[in-house]
Design a protein around this ligand. Structure first.
Ligand code: CA
Length: 232
């Protein structure tokens, strides 16, 4: 995999040096911009994978840079983490009003920052990072649209496929019927919550066709999760 490129937009030189050192050590490719205008030019030219954007910048503020990025179709989805000094983090930052994906308050530890960077990049590129989902002995090849269990093909209908994909993205997490309807069927479609039960039943039957352990967990009055049953 190619190294992800981080654009650091910050006017405090010592902080830039520290960030560059730590990010390069963690396998990132680093470029720099010292003010908001230069940041916009660099983003247009170099298309970084993520932008680390200081809130207090000369010329164009971090917030304004972020707004401009969100307005343009080419950069709308570009991940941005805002850097703020303690005391600057007012409601606008906390609510991520400017369109930033996350924010980090100075002073921060490099390891915390790297963890946030990786999380935001991962969320931004679900298709690249998740071509194959794996849980227990179940494998979902998203690109090939193929599901197998212990190497044997599992035949799923399109709804069951989307349902399993959603559950396998968040193993262990319980989703209510309403949450599953939103995620799998979409907000605009009206479907009875009980419909989810029907498709879960089909999914379970298909997954367990070879007499394997049931990994679809029903949580009474709460919903469903993909989980390892007790003792396995
Ligand atoms: Ca600054």
């Amino acid at each position: 995999m190619t190294k992800p490129t981080v654009l650091i937009v910050e006017d405090e030189a010592p902080l830039v040096t520290m960030l560059r050192y730590n990010l390069e050590k963690e396998g990132f490719q680093v470029c720099e911009a010292g003010d908001g205008e230069e940041a916009l030019v660099q983003i247009a030219e170099r298309k970084p994978d993520i932008v680390l954007l200081d809130w207090m910048l000369p010329l164009v503020s971090g917030i304004e840079v972020c707004r401009q990025l969100r307005r343009s179709p080419e950069t709308r989805a570009l991940p941005v983490i805002m850097l703020t000094a303690r005391g600057e983090e007012n409601d606008r930052v906390r609510g991520l009003d400017s369109g930033a994906d996350d924010y980090v308050v100075k002073p921060f530890s490099p390891s915390e920052l790297v963890a946030r960077l990786r999380a935001v990049i991962r969320r931004a590129q679900p298709s690249a990072a998740e071509e194959v989902l794996q849980f227990a002995d179940v494998t979902m090849d998203l690109a090939a649209h193929r599901v197998s269990r212990s190497g044997k093909t599992v035949h799923l209908g399109p709804t069951e496929f989307r349902l399993l994909r959603h559950l396998m993205r968040y193993p262990g997490r319980v989703f209510s019927r309403e949450q599953l309807l939103d995620a799998v069927w979409g907000h605009d479609v009206y479907v009875e919550p009980r419909t989810v039960d029907v498709h879960i039943r089909r999914l379970r039957k298909a997954l367990n066709a070879y007499g394997d352990v049931d990994i679809v967990r029903t949580v009474r009055s709460a919903g469903y999760a993909i989980d390892r049953p007790a003792g396995h």
